[in-house]
Design a protein around this ligand. Sequence first.
Ligand SMILES: CC(C)(COP(=O)(O)OP(=O)(O)OC[C@H]1O[C@@H](n2cnc3c(N)ncnc32)[C@H](O)[C@@H]1OP(=O)(O)O)[C@@H](O)C(=O)NCCC(=O)NCCS
Length: 216
Amino acid sequence: MTLEVVSTAERPELVPTVAGWVWGEFWRGHGHTLEQTLAAVSATVTARDLPQTYILLADGRPVGTVSLAAKDLEERPELTPWLAGVFVEPESRGRGYAARLVAAVEGVCVKRSIATLWLYTRTAERIYARCGWRTVETVAHNGKTYALMRRDLIGLSSATALRRRQNQCAVNAIKAPTVPNARVVEPLHLPQRHAAAHRLVSDRLPSLCQDASDRV
Ligand SMILES: CC(C)(COP(=O)(O)OP(=O)(O)OC[C@H]1O[C@@H](n2cnc3c(N)ncnc32)[C@H](O)[C@@H]1OP(=O)(O)O)[C@@H](O)C(=O)NCCC(=O)NCCS
């Protein structure tokens, strides 16, 4: 089994798949249409900076997605950037794929010398904690309570240290491995960007975690 993380800029033909996931899991419940979601995900293909959206491929097949966004939680506008919209298709869950997605975004942030990454969740706190994240407070948002979590990336700046953390994260996540001989293709290079990118939405994929169900 080969696991690889690619960006929407590298694989724009995967945008409809990702948009379908994001809409069904996060956006539909907040009144957004599939077309709006498609426009937002499409914007990540040519965005010069954030948001970026990544896709996990298992033997070349898309199985999950994650985004890196400048803004995500309106109650904490001073915090940036955010890990958002973590999603693994239902039939591929329980294999530690979420940890692979998280590690990929952490790697991007390390390369950009970003010291701290943020997320909020009410469904997946345990998963992130296994990956080294810590809860700093609970936040009320849209009438629900979320864990606000941070990941400190200072000290992970060497490739060796990062790989060690990623491996540990994967070991922690895949408690009963279901993916023998998995090989991770390092996803950490950022693709060339198209110049003069026009944005269809703001630099934010809004509230990607807030509508996640309680399935985890
Ligand atoms: C949350 C999510 C990304 C986890 O992805 P994953 O790749 O299955 O993560 P893991 O393999 O680490 O498994 C997570 C948990 O689900 C359990 N699990 C096992 N098989 C499962 C299955 N078939 N379906 C769902 N969960 C399963 C795992 O045992 C693990 O439980 P634990 O945390 O108590 O140890 C995924 O369930 C998902 O996309 N959920 C909907 C969107 C969502 O809630 N995103 C998080 C927003 S912050």
